[in-house]
Design a protein around this ligand. Structure first.
Ligand code: NAP
Length: 496
């Protein structure tokens, strides 16, 4: 087997593959490449493997898909040998798993860490890609796989005076590797997405005072996390292949172990409906969204599910005004629901306040805190839980030039278009893993990643077996894919 541990390349001697990223997508793409005797290098911005789970180290970071499902299925020995400790794995355990995979398949020597890809150019004369890094290193390859992640560029809103704050400031998506001490501190957190909802209960318990700045409230379902039931884990392992197969057929790539109902909200009377929702609430997690068949497609059914959660919030939060402020009014499940441990209950603590910035946006950041609605709030620490420049952010930061020097930024100036979320017209031999237009972030990401990488691997085998050099998405293929995605979306409830 030819494995280039120190891949040098030239136009005359190109690599088969340049892979951008060494998160779960990049690691699997690299494993597939090496096991098919391809020469490959993965280029990773971080200091180690893990992607999302390398960067997002904020307190309470945890997966919202259960451990037995949020893992690779491609190697049976791997899935039999690895043991999860909790029902929902926390970030350090998932990062250990990513490291285990990198070591087990000897991937690390093929990864350039702490290296940023700055430019990628398709060379029409040779049909090769030229990839340039921030250290000036150049790689030539026949194919490129963009395993850059959907949520890998942080969103730091352009608040007036953003850099004026003199205390400690963090973004959840680039949390420090060293422990952060909250003891005795006044902390402000901006944003109430999943990252914030997971970290708020832990920060609140450790700091002197926490003020949460909320623009849009979110729906959150309790995780009921705990140690993994070892009998359940053994039972899954005994039939892992079947279990994975069933999950691949599920709408979002997980949940095959849960009871499923095909009936409509309107098939049951109110007490029976409540009983169903209550059962799902007690089970916990994302499965709440599939309590009935039509909460995702019928607005009235959706509102019944939403009202059930709002009533839970009203029961869990003692102060009625705070409870109402925490009640979302948008449809439930359009944005992925959050999964929490003691989120709503945390607002009953005397050291936690909720400030709505919906009608009175943050006016400015100041040296000691921030101002909203004319009031100055002072902090020792400010946390930006303000999310990501999702889906396209990281791809567009790289100067990617396809045919005739067209950049990806120009090509997507009216919005991203892909074929299957995998390929882009004008950018031959370049693949995106879980790119725009793929199911990706509403699904179990590892299932989506495996499906994409396996599609790319079979495509590369086809090209090799048929002595073909170039593959490119046709405009009409892209158009019909985008049309299909839009058609499916039109049948679902949305906030529009
Ligand atoms: P997010 O869901 O995008 O939340 C960002 C938050 O910041 C929102 O509440 C947003 O308010 C607020 N915000 C942004 N700009 C603001 C501004 N100028 N002023 C005030 N508030 C502002 O980000 P996230 O929580 O990091 O989650 C990102 C994605 O990762 C989600 O899809 C989530 O499902 C996923 N995730 C998953 C897990 C898990 O597996 N458990 C954990 C974390 C994250 P608006 O809503 O009003 O914009």
């Amino acid at each position: 087997m030819l494995h280039l541990k120190d891949p040098s390349s030239s136009e005359a001697n190109p690599l088969d593959l340049v892979i951008v990223g060494a998160g779960f997508a990049g690691l699997y793409a690299l494993q597939r490449a090496l096991s098919s005797d391809r020469t490959a290098v993965a280029i990773e911005r971080g200091g180690d493997v893990g992607g999302t789970w390398y960067w997002n180290r904020y307190p309470g970071a945890r997966c919202d898909v259960q451990s037995m499902e949020y893992s690779y299925s491609f190697n049976d020995a791997l899935q039999q040998n690895w043991s999860w400790t909790e029902r929902y794995a926390a970030q350090p355990e998932i990062l250990r798993y990513a490291n285990h995979v990198a070591d087990r398949f000897e991937l690390r020597p093929h990864i350039r860490f702490e290296t940023l890809v700055v430019a990628m150019t398709f060379l029409e004369a040779t049909g090769l890609w030229r990839t340039e890094t921030n250290s000036g290193e150049i790689f030539f390859s026949r194919f490129c796989i963009m395993a850059t992640g959907c949520l890998s560029s942080t969103n730091l809103p352009d608040f007036v005076g953003r850099d004026d704050f003199q205390g400690e400031a963090y973004h959840t998506g680039t949390w420090p590797h060293e422990p952060v001490d909250f003891t005795g501190k006044r902390v402000g957190i901006i944003g109430t997405g999943s990252s914030s909802i997971q970290s708020i209960p832990i920060i609140a318990a450790a700091c002197a005072h926490l003020t949460v700045f909320q623009r849009t409230p979110n729906y959150s379902i309790p995780a009921h996390n705990g140690p993994i039931d070892q009998d359940y884990a053994q039972e899954i392992k005994a039939h892992y292949e079947d279990f994975r197969g069933l999950n691949r057929q599920m709408f979002a790539g997980f949940g095959a172990h849960q009871s499923r109902w095909e009936d409509s909200v309107f098939d049951l009377d109110e007490p029976e409906r409540k009983e169903r929702f209550e059962a799902r609430w007690q089970e916990g997690g994302l499965g709440f969204s599939s309590s009935f068949s039509d909460t995702g497609s019928n607005l009235e059914a959706n509102q019944i599910a939403a009202e059930f959660v709002r009533n839970k919030i009203r029961t869990l939060v003692s102060d009625p005004e705070t409870a109402e402020r925490l009640c979302p009014d948008q449809v439930i499940g359009c944005k992925r629901v959050c999964v929490d441990t003691n989120y709503y209950e945390t607002y009953n603590r005397p050291n936690v306040d909720l400030v709505s910035v919906k009608d009175h946006p943050i006016e400015r950041i100041t040296p000691t805190g921030l101002i909203t609605n004319g009031t100055q709030y002072d902090f020792d620490m400010l946390i930006f839980a303000t999310g990501f420049d999702a889906m396209t952010g990281t791809l567009l930061k790289i100067d990617i030039q396809g045919r005739a020097g067209m950049t990806l930024a120009e090509t997507w100036s009216a919005g991203p278009k892909t074929y299957l979320g995998l390929a882009i017209n004008g950018f031959p031999n370049l693949f995106t893993v879980s790119g725009p237009g793929s199911p990706s972030v509403l699904a179990n990401m590892i299932v989506a990643i495996e499906q994409h990488v396996e599609w790319i691997a079979s495509c590369l085998s086809y090209l090799r077996d048929n002595s073909k050099q170039i593959i490119e998405a046709e405009v009409k293929a892209e158009e019909s894919w985008v049309e299909l995605v839009n058609e499916i979306a039109e049948d679902l409830v949305s906030n529009l």
